[in-house]
Ligand binder design. Structure first.
Ligand SMILES: C[S@@+](CC[C@H](N)C(=O)[O-])C[C@H]1O[C@@H](n2cnc3c(N)ncnc32)[C@H](O)[C@@H]1O
Length: 273
């Protein structure tokens, strides 16, 4: 029997969180395109025989890797049913819904990637130990994880703007699974070391992300704690809150574009030979 883990995250990503990301998939792929490019370039560094994308969402990254690598088998796994349901397979790219922390993988991948999909495990050491079972001996892992909130101001702009309007906004527990749970490089090294990965290396990635200004209301309504709160509001309250949040994004808007700096780690590790 599959152990019962990650129940809160499973509920979030199979509920409003996952539906929001599924509905906003085109926009997510535009905003996070620079990070997709980085992982596609990593995949092309050497010949590959199988690539796994962990927490693949609606699959934009692994589809791009699959297209870049020709006929190399590529697989995306995600806990979120709503996102896997709209992830479009291609000749060499397939998807399945599972919890990557406990799914019984076969050692068939020589590259494991993730764009912001590995920060939500309730037991990261168990999860990365399990991911090691998906890697061939000597297989590589390339993960993108967010650095801290202070270095990623756009990620908290909406929450800060509604502090008084929605005082009880549910947000991620700073000490638990969530977008910034692997922001501390020392913690990342300890987690990967304890789960049996070698050659652990963290590199700072600082990239500007952007979207058309007219996409911002949809972005804010679909994603994150504020997006989920907006979806439950009546029209009048929603307009008031959304206008407040949109004003808070003014510093990021110019020439019809929303552009913001982002800060992450590219984490590299190797499965033992
Ligand atoms: C921030 S989203 C990133 C999605 C995608 N990688 C992208 O860049 O568009 C985080 C993803 O991790 C997935 N996730 C969270 N916990 C997971 C788990 N235990 N196993 C597999 N996927 C998980 C979520 O369902 C979600 O799709």
């Amino acid at each position: 029997m599959t152990p019962e883990v990650n129940s809160e995250q499973a509920a979030l990503w199979n509920g409003p969180g996952g539906h929001g990301w599924a509905a906003a998939r085109d926009m997510v792929d535009v905003v996070l395109q620079p990070y997709e490019d980085l992982l596609v370039a990593a995949a092309k560094e050497r010949p590959r025989s199988g690539v796994l994308d962990v927490g693949c969402g609606t699959g934009g990254v692994i589809r791009a890797i699959g297209a870049a690598l020709g006929d190399v088998p590529c697989v995306g796994v995600d806990i979120s049913g709503p996102q896997i349901a709209v992830a479009e397979e291609t000749a060499n790219v397939r998807f399945f819904q599972a919890d990557a922390q406990v799914h019984p993988f076969e050692p068939e991948f020589d590259l494991i990637v993730s764009r912001f999909g590995v920060m939500f495990f309730d037991d990261p050491v168990a999860a990365f130990r399990n991911l090691r079972t998906a890697a061939r001996p000597g297989g590589e892992m390339r993960l993108l994880v967010w650095r801290g909130k202070g270095e990623n101001p756009f990620m908290t702009t909406a929450e800060r703007a509604v502090e008084t309007l929605i005082p009880d906004l549910p947000t991620f527990d700073p000490d638990g699974p969530g977008p910034h749970s692997l922001a501390d490089p020392g913690r990342v090294r300890t987690v990967l070391d304890d789960s049996g990965w070698t050659g652990i290396d963290l590199r700072k990635v600082d990239l500007d992300c952007a979207m058309p200004e007219d996409a911002l209301p949809k972005y804010l309504t679909m994603l994150g704690p504020v997006g989920r709160a907006l979806q439950t509001m009546g029209e009048h309250e929603r307009d008031e809150v959304l206008n407040t949040v949109l004003r808070a994004f003014d510093p990021f808007v110019s020439d019809g574009e929303v552009r913001f700096p982002t800060a992450s780690w590219e984490v590299r590790a190797l499965a033992p030979l």
